[in-house]
Design a protein around this ligand. Structure first.
Ligand code: ATP
Ligand code: MG
Length: 420
C-alpha cells in the first residue's frame, strides 16, 4: 500500500480532471460508494472460485460478528447501491465512481494491495451501442491525456448457457492434455477452466493457442451483438483486435469483454478492463437489467503518462512572496489576500517564518515558482513591488501596486474572476 507523495500530485490531478470531464461529456454521473461491503456481496458477484474471492480479499469480522471486506473492485458495490436505492426501476443509468480498491496480491511494479480505479457502469441498455459508447469514451480519455500505444482487445463470452457448453468443450480439451498443465491450471480445471486461457505461464502458450475458440461456440444472438459492436467501433475509427483469450477473471461477465493493454509497462499490461454483466443485477436481487462497465487502473495509467511525458496540470506555486521588514510583513499579508480575490486561479505561496532576504530567495527558487514577488519596507512606502523571474531570463522589474493584478494575469496567463 503506497503513499502518494506531493511530487506525484500533478499527474493524479490531471487524470482525475480528464476523467471527470470526459465522463461528463457522455452523460455519466458520479456515485460515491463505501469502501467496505458485506463479504457475501463479493462472493456472490465476483464468484467463489475466483482469485479475488479465494485469496485476495481483506475480510474481517466487525464487532457485531458480521463478515465484511474491503472492496476489491467497484462493480459489486455499485450494483448493490443501484438496487438498494431503486435507481434501476424503468430507468437507464450511466454512473461512474473512483477510489481505492484492496487486493492481497503479490506487490510488484503495477500491482499493489491498495490501488485506485476509475470505473463506469451503464445499466438498462442491452443493445451494442452502449458497449461501443463505453469503449469510445475510454479511447477519448487516452487521446485527451495524450497517451499513445494503448491497444484494444475484444472478445465475447456469450450467454451463461453458451458459455457453459463451451466450458465443457474446454475442460475436455485440457483433460486430454492434463500431463502438460501446471499446478495452477490443474486446480482451475474443475473450478474455473476458462481462467487457464489467461495463464501467463509460457510453457502453456502452445496449448492455449490451440485451445477451442470461444467465438466458435457463441449463441446466435451473442454473435450478432458482437458483430455489431465490432462494426460500430470500426465506424468510429477505433482499432481493435479480437482476442479469444481475453476471458476476465470475474464470474459475472457475459457477451462483450475487453481490455486496453500497453506493451510499455512490462507484465502488468492492462490499464482498463471491462465487459457486459447482464445477469448480475438479477443475481443480486434486482429486476433483470442488462449492464456493462469498465474499470481503469490509476497507478498504471499514471506510470504510462510519466513514461510518455504527457502534459500534466501544474500545481506548485507560481509566485513565491518574499517579505523582509515589519511593515512589509503586514502589507504583504493584505496584498496576498487581495491578489487571491482578484485572481482565483493564482497559486501564491507567502513566505512564513521570517529569515533573511537571501534565505527567502533560496526557498523561492527551490519552490519551483516562476516569479518571486519581493516586498521590503521601501516597496511599502512606494506602494510597489519587485517582480523577479526565477526561471529563464526575465530579470527583475518594479511593478506599481495598481498594475500588479493585470501584470500577473498577463504574465501567468490567468483569467480575472467572473463578476456577479
Ligand atoms: P490483472 O490481469 O492485471 O490482474 P485484473 O483483470 O485483475 O487485472 P480488473 O479487476 O479488471 O483487473 O481491474 C481493472 C483494472 O485495475 C486493471 O486493468 C488494472 O489496470 C487495475 N488493477 C487491477 N489489479 C490491480 C492491482 N493489484 N494494482 C494496481 N492496479 C490494478
Ligand atoms: Mg488481477
Amino acid at each position: 500500500m503506497n503513499d502518494i507523495l506531493p511530487a506525484e500530485a500533478a499527474p493524479w490531478r490531471t487524470l482525475q480532471t480528464a476523467v471527470t470531464e470526459v465522463f461528463a461529456a457522455y452523460g455519466y454521473q458520479q456515485i460515491r460508494l463505501p469502501v467496505v461491503e458485506r463479504t457475501e456481496l463479493f462472493a456472490r458477484s465476483i464468484g467463489e472460485v475466483t482469485d479475488i474471492v479465494e485469496k485476495e480479499m481483506y475480510s474481517f469480522e466487525d464487532r457485531g460478528g458480521e463478515s465484511l471486506s474491503l472492496r476489491p473492485e467497484g462493480t459489486a458495490g455499485c450494483v448493490r447501491a443501484a438496487i438498494q436505492h431503486g435507481l434501476l426501476h424503468n430507468q437507464v443509468q450511466r454512473l461512474w465512481y473512483s477510489g481505492p480498491m484492496f487486493r492481497y496480491e503479490r506487490p510488484q511494479k503495477g500491482r499493489y494491495r491498495q490501488f485506485y480505479q476509475f470505473g463506469a457502469e451503464a445499466f438498462g441498455l442491452e443493445g451494442p451501442d452502449i458497449d461501443a459508447e463505453l469503449i469510445m469514451m475510454s479511447a477519448r480519455l487516452w487521446r485527451r491525456l495524450g497517451l499513445k500505444g494503448i491497444r484494444l482487445q475484444l472478445n465475447s463470452l456469450g450467454t451463461p448457457e453458451s458459455r457453459q457448453a463451451y466450458r465443457q468443450v474446454l475442460v475436455d480439451y485440457f483433460r486430454q492434455h492434463a500431463d502438460v498443465l501446471d499446478e495452477d491450471s490443474k486446480r482451475r480445471l474443475d473450478g474455473n477452466p476458462m481462467r487457464i486461457l489467461d495463464s501467463k505461464n509460457p510453457d502453456l502458450a502452445g496449448l492455449i493457442e490451440n485451445a477451442p475458440n470461444i467465438l466458435d461456440h457463441l449463441d446466435d444472438a451473442s454473435k450478432i451483438h458482437f458483430d455489431a459492436v465490432c462494426a460500430q467501433l470500426t465506424a468510429a475509427g477505433i482499432k481493435y483486435s479480437v482476442n479469444p483469450r481475453v476471458v476476465r477473471g470475474l464470474d459475472y461477465y457475459s457477451r462483450t469483454v475487453f481490455e486496453w493493454t500497453t506493451d510499455q509497462l512490462g507484465a502488468q499490461d492492462a490499464v482498463c478492463s471491462g465487459g457486459r454483466y447482464d445477469g448480475l443485477v438479477e443475481q443480486l436481487g434486482g429486476k433483470p437489467t442488462p449492464a456493462i462497465g469498465f474499470a481503469m487502473g490509476v497507478e498504471r495509467l499514471i506510470a504510462l503518462m510519466e513514461l510518455q511525458e504527457c502534459r500534466v496540470l501544474a500545481d506548485g506555486p507560481q509566485i513565491y512572496l518574499v517579505r523582509v521588514g515589519e511593515n512589509a510583513d503586514s502589507y504583504s499579508a493584505v496584498l496576498a489576500e487581495q491578489l487571491r480575490d482578484a485572481l482565483p486561479d493564482l497559486r501564491l505561496l507567502v513566505h512564513a517564518g521570517g529569515g533573511s532576504f537571501k534565505s527567502q530567495m533560496k526557498r523561492a527558487d527551490k519552490s519551483g515558482a516562476e516569479f518571486a514577488l519581493i516586498i521590503g519596507d521601501d516597496e511599502v512606502v512606494n506602494d510597489q513591488v519587485q517582480l523577479k523571474a526565477l526561471r529563464g531570463t526575465g530579470g527583475q522589474v518594479a511593478v506599481p501596486r495598481a498594475e500588479l493584478v493585470s501584470g500577473l494575469a498577463q504574465r501567468l496567463d490567468l483569467q480575472p474572476p467572473v463578476q456577479g
